[in-house]
Design a binder for this molecule. Structure first.
Ligand code: PLP
Length: 428
């Protein structure tokens, strides 16, 4: 054993390397494993930097003061613009426009805000209910901070409220600990592509109230909706004391790496403290670029970007309908992903990780296997027995990304995948 392993903290042994980071190292023609945004307003950023350059030239003294270390919770200018956008677009009641800017917490990507939220709420062994499957950057972060994940079943509309309530009740009984957090991606989930209908949002909010659970509402794909947006669970949280609403600029403006979150006041103060230890502040230069982008340009660029993603999705979905064997999947109403899994027991027995390595890779195709969307340890709620059981992984599921490669490659790649899958699944 490498003697340096003794130096490492225990969590490093509990949390494996991310499957996606591993897959990123494999280069294939039909790379359907990625979740990177492939359509970005690239031309606008140099334009904004040019504007800033002119500002620099004529305001040398101000520049020293303005482009310093900034406030840990973010620069007021950007927070005002985002507060206004959250008020107008997301129609969230606890924020009335730019005057409520101090409620907006800026982070370096929303991943940082999500991690901080866990860090300030979770004590070792505290329970966190997540969908099955769920965004890997969340479930592994729960394990990293010592939390205990219990997964709840999902269907083509996301989390099923009745089961979520039973998961909370049974998990608290089984482990003698409190469920502190319920994690939800309401709009175009990663990895399942599902969108929660309004009724389920209301039901889940009511369940969280009833059982005194904090909801982390991860709004990563809310700007990437192909049609009308459904009001967030945060809109029910009129007093701002139940829901952490984590948004990001990353899907529509990736190079900025800026997240923006609303959270209950008591959490905000602690989050600011925790962020101080992580980065002191998010870079002021990128915050200024983001402020200009969201104030002047986003409405001009975003509709075109969303339209392109919808076209990508339509191509991927049609190719899937034409070529895939029988399975469960949803037609995404936004976002970057389609999830497919075989019906019945094969959802748990077919091994997509193996299929990826042995069959897809030699054929220049790659997807993300279902097992990547589970924590390294935890439990699951079994909807048939209505009991908590050891972690049950939908290893037969796969995430198919349509955000990054060209339309032509999406079409060919998904068709090739469907053909290989149809051949393979019969004998699995
Ligand atoms: C569901 C979800 N939440 C959060 C994040 C992290 O976003 P950011 O890039 O802003 O850190 C991602 C990124 O892939 C995501 O898919």
């Amino acid at each position: 054993m490498d003697p340096m392993r003794n130096v490492l903290a225990d969590w490093t042994k509990d949390v494996p390397e991310s499957e996606i980071r591993r897959l990123l190292k494999s280069k294939t023609k039909y790379y359907l494993a990625g979740g990177l945004p492939g359509i970005l307003p690239t031309k606008v950023f140099p334009k904004i930097l040019q504007e800033l350059s002119e500002y620099y030239d004529s305001n040398e003294q101000n520049v020293i003061n303005e482009f310093q270390y900034g406030q840990t919770a973010g620069d007021p200018g950007l927070r005002k613009v985002l507060a206004e956008r959250i008020h107008k677009n997301d129609r969230i009641n606890c924020i009335n426009g730019s005057e409520d800017w101090e409620k907006v917490f800026i982070s370096t990507g929303s991943q940082q805000a999500i991690y901080i939220s866990l860090d300030i709420v979770i004590n070792p062994g505290d329970l966190v209910v997540t969908p099955s499957p769920a965004y890997l950057g969340f479930v592994t972060a729960v394990v990293k901070v010592g939390g205990h994940v219990v997964t709840a079943p999902t269907d083509s509309e996301g989390l099923i409220p009745d089961y979520v309530e039973d998961t909370i009740i049974k998990a608290e009984k089984e482990f003698g600990k409190k469920v502190k957090i319920l994690y939800v991606v309401e709009d175009s989930d990663n990895p399942t592509g599902t969108t929660l209908p309004l009724k389920r949002r209301q039901q889940l909010y009511d369940i969280a109230e009833e059982h005194d659970v904090i909801v982390i509402c991860d709004a990563a794909y809310k700007e990437m909706q192909f049609g009308d947006k459904i009001p967030s669970m945060k809109t029910f949280d009129k007093e701002n004391n139940r829901v952490i609403y984590a948004s990001t600029t990353s899907k529509e403006a990736a190079p900025l790496r800026i997240g923006y979150t609303l959270m209950p006041d008591i959490l905000f103060a602690e989050a600011e403290k925790a962020k101080g230890y992580l980065d002191l502040c998010t870079p002021t230069l990128t915050q200024r670029v983001a402020e200009i982008y969201y104030r002047k340009y986003i409405n001009q660029y975003l509709p075109k970007i969303v339209k392109e993603y919808k076209e990508n999705k339509d191509i991927a979905y049609k190719a899937l309908l034409d070529t895939f064997p029988e399975g469960d999947f949803a037609n995404p109403t936004g976002g970057f992903f389609i999830w497919w899994q075989p019906k019945g027991e094969k959802a748990f027995t077919f091994d997509v990780a193996n299929f990826n390595d042995k069959v897809l890779l030699p054929n220049e195709v790659l997807v993300v296997p279902g097992k990547a969307f589970y924590p390294p340890k935890g439990h699951s709620y079994d909807p048939e027995a209505r009991e908590i059981e050891p972690l049950k992984v939908i290893r037969g599921g796969m995430r198919i990304g349509y955000s990054f490669v060209s339309k032509e490659l999406i079409d060919e790649g998904v068709r090739r995948l469907g053909k290989l899958l149809s051949e393979q699944i019969e004998f699995s």
